[in-house]
Design a protein. Structure first.
Lengths: 322, 322
């Protein structure tokens, strides 16, 4: 499998191979349940706690699969990426594990904690304007200078396969789930989730969850082409990226629907999850359960795997504090 | 074992019996580790996550052991207690499980979330002034009125035995610990911890951890008698109770030392634990690791079991936010 071929789509075998490859770096995260939250939602939720994952998010799965798939020759020239945060620190961590250089382009409005974590793992941070055009230009310049390999945060078959390992674990532990729901941003996690879930259990339903204010995946899912992101600010800072041909193709093939929620619902749900589960999750991670609460009819009475994607945020000011 | 005899001290057998008795109500909580926190402390810490316990704290262990030890005749007349919060909701939860009435005296300055949780479990809350005298007077009045059984938050052998089950689990999972450290308030958890740890592993050291501003256990440990609590306000709202003859006797017999930390250290450590472990713990739960960081020489290089006692707090204003 070449991760540079933009039409390449990983299979369940690729996801299984990724699980073996990343085992030295990625943790098998626990799954939490809460009878209190089940009473509120009417569903039976199984929370896959990727906030406890190394680097604080699921992103280490895809990043380490990509870095560990490089040839020695490629690895020597290092890796480059752009990311609003969690992929950045994950790639830095994976690169350090292989003792190679990682240059990371981060929009200047990303949470400070994510930049600091990237630097703590030895990643070299380059700030840019918060647009896809600015991200891409900065990455191109770095690639020219270093000859490094781009590890795109989602438009990369190795990354998608790595992200799918979370659902592999979830369905190994809970094979009788009816539904799996994951946030939609660039679509790397959602497409890896869908490939793993449908291959392991053909009758299962996979849903995408998105903020109304960053609903490009929902619109693209309906129109059938990559709709431009309308740059609005959402509290779910991890979900501001745009989908791509590859991830949208997988999502349209395998995903049942992409559902959206308001900013208020995201914040209220985040607080609810902190209070009931006693865990620290970032706003983006609250979006799937917010969807379950809002679109109750789609989930009530079902056994739902919920990907809690990460726990990195600035603790000095929480979203429910005005 | 009679829980009304004030000289009664539970044994390891009592703690084992409690573990069996409370199994339908109390969870076997997970143990977390963090290489990042170990680098900061120089110790090897094993965090027993009682914040994930039913009702959000270890208190369900003692409360349910006491409630499930009542005769049917006693149970019919209900239970009464006083508590700054976590024992309150735990007793209400245990009472509901046995379908009996629980009257709870709570000081009016206890966190609102703890009162609400008690009421959510069906406990009948009676507010009082935040002094031991006011607590005791309110409890006496209720006992007279209802003929119920007092389930004291710590001066009760069944409660102490129940609290000891956390350490039973911890040492079953990690038999090679050198040290176990728990917060000191009334001393129920610390004495139960000490009995379990020393009986299971005679060479182990047990430490108590206390805020400087509520250091009555440290002073009592040194003087050999129950020193009066000097009522100062500490951010560790779960650690404001005073020790008693029974718990102090156990602590002086089994505990190596009781060490204190400042308010600033508690708050900084709490934030550190949230950030590294991605878990919600209340200020009191941060006190043991704050002790490990401050009294480094006692813990560096050792394998230390740390009781993270609870995760109940008002999320609207966090202690590090001024």
């Amino acid at each position: 499998m070449s991760h540079t071929d933009s039409s390449e789509v990983p299979t369940l075998d690729d996801i299984r191979a990724a699980a073996t490859r990343i085992a030295p770096l990625a943790r098998r995260t626990p799954v939490f349940t809460s009878s209190g939250l089940d009473r509120l939602s009417g569903a039976n939720a199984f929370f896959k706690c990727e906030n406890f994952q190394r680097t604080g998010s699921f992103k280490i799965r895809g990043a380490s699969n990509a870095v560990l798939s490089l040839t020695d020759e490629q690895a020597r020239r290092g890796v480059v990426t752009h990311s609003s945060g969690n992929h950045a620190s994950a790639l830095a961590c994976a690169a350090r594990h292989r003792s190679i250089r990682a240059d990371i382009v981060i929009p200047h409005n990303a949470p400070l904690s994510k930049r600091e974590t990237t630097e703590a793992f030895g990643g070299i941070v380059h700030l840019c304007e918060p647009t896809m055009a600015a991200r891409n230009a900065a990455v191109e310049a770095l690639l020219k200078k270093t000859g490094a390999t781009l590890v795109h945060p989602y438009d990369n078959a190795s990354v998608i396969a790595g992200q799918g390992t979370a659902t592999l674990e979830l369905l190994e532990n809970y094979p009788d789930l009816d539904i799996v729901i994951a946030p939609a941003s660039g679509g790397g996690l959602l497409s890896g989730t869908a490939i793993a879930a449908l291959a392991l259990k053909p009758g299962i339903h996979v849903f995408g969850a998105e903020p109304e204010r960053a609903d490009d995946t929902a619109r693209s899912f309906r129109s059938g082409r990559v709709e431009p992101v309308i740059h609005q600010d959402t509290v779910a800072d991890g979900l501001r990226a745009t989908t791509c041909e590859r991830t949208l193709g997988i999502i349209r093939q395998h995903v049942t629907d992409v559902l959206t929620v308001s900013e208020e619902e995201i914040v209220a749900t985040m607080k609810l999850l902190w209070r009931y589960l006693k865990i620290v999750i970032e706003p983006s991670a609250a979006v799937p359960f917010a969807v379950i609460l809002r679109h109750r009819g789609r989930f009530a009475g079902r056994r739902v795997g919920v990907l809690l994607t990460g726990g990195n945020l600035d603790l000095d000011k929480l979203p429910w504090q005005t």
